[in-house]
Design a protein around this ligand. Sequence first.
Ligand code: NDP
Ligand code: 8X3
Length: 260
Amino acid sequence: MSRPWVLISGASSGFGEASALQLAREGWNLLLTSRREARLEAVANTCRELGAEVHVAAWDMRERQDTLKGVEHLMSRAGIAPSQGGTALEGLVNNAGLAVGKGPFDEGLDDDWDRMIDTNVKGLLFLARACVPFMTAGSRMVNMGSIAGKQVYPGGNVYCASKHAVDALSQAMRIDLVERGIGVSQICPGAAETEFSNVRFKGDEAAADAVYRGFDPLVAQDIAEAVSFVLSRPPHVCINDMVIMPTAQASAHHLHKVPS
Ligand code: NDP
Ligand code: 8X3
């Protein structure tokens, strides 16, 4: 049997990179995207060593035309053309996203708000819409939500709003795609140590490190295994929503930290 194809956004680091490696090990072929091409190529080469066929394309998901062109390019490289009786895209991991800044909304910066809303909400929509024509009954979409899409916390305002939008869109997409047999899942992690906080705090490594000090956070591999679980359910099963937290984090507001 030929290996199924999955497209992963945000594959240059964190959850996306770990998911690419996990799925390559499990027999998937990969289409990888993000903005940093050299990082994508490095991930792709490791996945190829694991036996996967891999194609990469770098673009900024905030650009709708680039997203459309990027998806068409990747589908053509992989020979994915279900409308012509060809193979289909069996998985989409809509993972790229970011937080930028943390503080009261009335001190928020326009550029930070634009980056979060344009990437986490509109970018996710652009990619999903571009990929659906290449999916068929049995294909699955996995949207990367967050505990920030279930609860809000101090200083999280716009990031939380963007992830609440992902929560709403995941439910709406599930409704819109049910008659086509395409399953839509959402994974909502709590605190996970990736490049997320380095991006949020704009390269302030001390601030980023402090987020994860005093407890055992999730690591990218924890989420990669959840992505793999969701994608590998039998055709009649759809995991609608999965909230995954570090054991030390009981909610967005309750993090048990032990001073070192
Ligand atoms: P990382 O910063 O490690 O990864 C984010 C990925 O998104 C990178 O590959 C980045 O690639 C890509 N990306 C960001 N902006 C764009 C853009 N405009 N166009 C294309 N790609 C983009 O963080 P995580 O792995 O932690 O984050 C992945 C997802 O998980 C995000 O949606 C995040 O909100 C969510 N999340 C993270 C949690 C955490 O605690 N870490 C918890 C809950 C959810 P590049 O820079 O190369 O473009
Ligand atoms: C990332 C987790 O709690 O920093 O989505 O918002 S949190």
